[in-house]
Write a protein that binds this ligand. Structure first.
Ligand SMILES: C/C(=C\C(=O)SCCNC(=O)CCNC(=O)[C@H](O)C(C)(C)COP(=O)(O)OP(=O)(O)OC[C@H]1O[C@@H](n2cnc3c(N)ncnc32)[C@H](O)[C@@H]1OP(=O)(O)O)C(=O)O
Length: 296
């Protein structure tokens, strides 16, 4: 890496955030469940007290209710609060790993609590340039105890430069056993941003995402694609199947300028048939997200 923007002293400052914790409380209400069900084009029964929350739908809760005066240029909260003040402007959701506790599903009506910890701040030289990863570990509890553990990778990239490298593409696998075509129109992106109270401009502000961040179109939320992957599995797995583990990595942005697809198949070597490979593919056939889901 030549002339890094983050030197050893700057990295040490950011790493002072490691170990910081934050605890939020929320009520697992039914209205967001109805909203996401409609957004994913599902025909679910109306949620009521005791309805089990589908995997990844906990992202509808513990929303970032920062005051308007606390919002930064990109639409997220200004940095330097719970998250470290990484001086690279372009933030993305890079991936995550989730484990659900057996026998303690999150349910509509639960009073829930999330404790988040900055687990690590790392500086890497990526093929696309300088990267800082912030790993946030979340533990979600209800009255019955720990329900879900999640590791969330946030990546920060340097400002767009003329002629900068895009992530080198990897062809998406062609051996899916189930797939779904999706059109990432403004309404889908708006509804997911609204449901998750996500003010990040890259998902709805075309001027900002093209002229400031230098991308060719609005960016489809990583958590939305992950949710669509798990939803695809739900549509193709036995009705009572539940997730025990899910891990995913966003390897290439998906833009709203073309349709995209989500795919899945039983994972190679999954002797008990409980492990599935899931992935996203853009309109050019490139891999955008890769994921592994393990059923309980
Ligand atoms: C919501 C929300 C925001 C969003 O939803 S943003 C949209 C979803 N996210 C994306 O579209 C990200 C797509 N991915 C990329 O653009 C690139 O993969 C990325 C993250 C810029 C990295 O590309 P590079 O080609 O520069 O990276 P390398 O392959 O050279 O790897 C360098 C090291 O980084 C590690 N790494 C790479 N990608 C990931 C990843 N996704 N997760 C974790 N770690 C990653 C890689 O292993 C290398 O590490 P080494 O230790 O081996 O050096 C919202 O903000 O709310």
């Amino acid at each position: 890496m030549t002339s890094p923007l983050i030197d050893a002293e700057a990295l040490a400052h950011l790493q002072a955030w490691q170990g910081r914790t934050e605890t939020l409380r929320d009520d697992l209400t039914a209205a967001p469940v109805r909203g996401l069900s409609a957004t994913l084009d599902r025909d679910d029964p109306l949620p009521e007290a005791g309805t089990r929350l589908p995997a990844l739908w906990h992202w509808l809760y513990f929303l970032p209710h920062h005051r308007q005066s606390e919002i930064g240029e990109d639409g997220h909260a200004k940095r330097g609060g719970f998250l470290p003040p990484v001086p690279l402007p372009r933030r993305m959701w890079a991936g995550g790993r989730l484990t659900w506790e057996p026998g303690n599903p999150l349910q509509v009506g639960d009073a829930i609590e999330r404790t988040s910890t900055i687990a690590s701040v790392t500086h890497k030289a990526g093929r696309t340039g300088e990267l800082v990863f912030v790993l946030v570990r979340h533990e979600v509890r209800n009255a019955r105890g720990l329900a879900l553990t999640e590791e969330h990778d946030i990546v920060y990239r340097a400002a767009a430069a003329p002629g900068e490298a895009t992530p080198p593409p990897t062809p998406a696998p062609k051996d899916a056993t189930f797939s779904r075509d999706l059109v990432p129109d403004d309404v889908l992106l708006f509804r997911y941003s609204a449901l998750t109270f996500n003010g990040h401009r890259i998902h709805y502000d075309r001027r900002y995402v093209t002229q400031v961040e230098g991308y060719p179109g609005l960016i489809v939320h990583g958590p939305l694609i992950a949710t669509l992957l798990v939803d695809l599995l739900r549509r193709n797995a036995p009705a009572d199947a539940q997730l025990a583990r899910f891990e995913f990595r966003a390897v290439r942005p998906t833009f709203d300028i073309a349709p995209f697809r989500v795919h899945g198949k039983p994972a190679e070597g999954s002797a008990d048939g409980k492990t599935f490979s899931l992935w996203g593919e853009d309109a050019d056939g490139w891999l955008t997200m890769q994921a592994t889901a393990v059923l309980a």
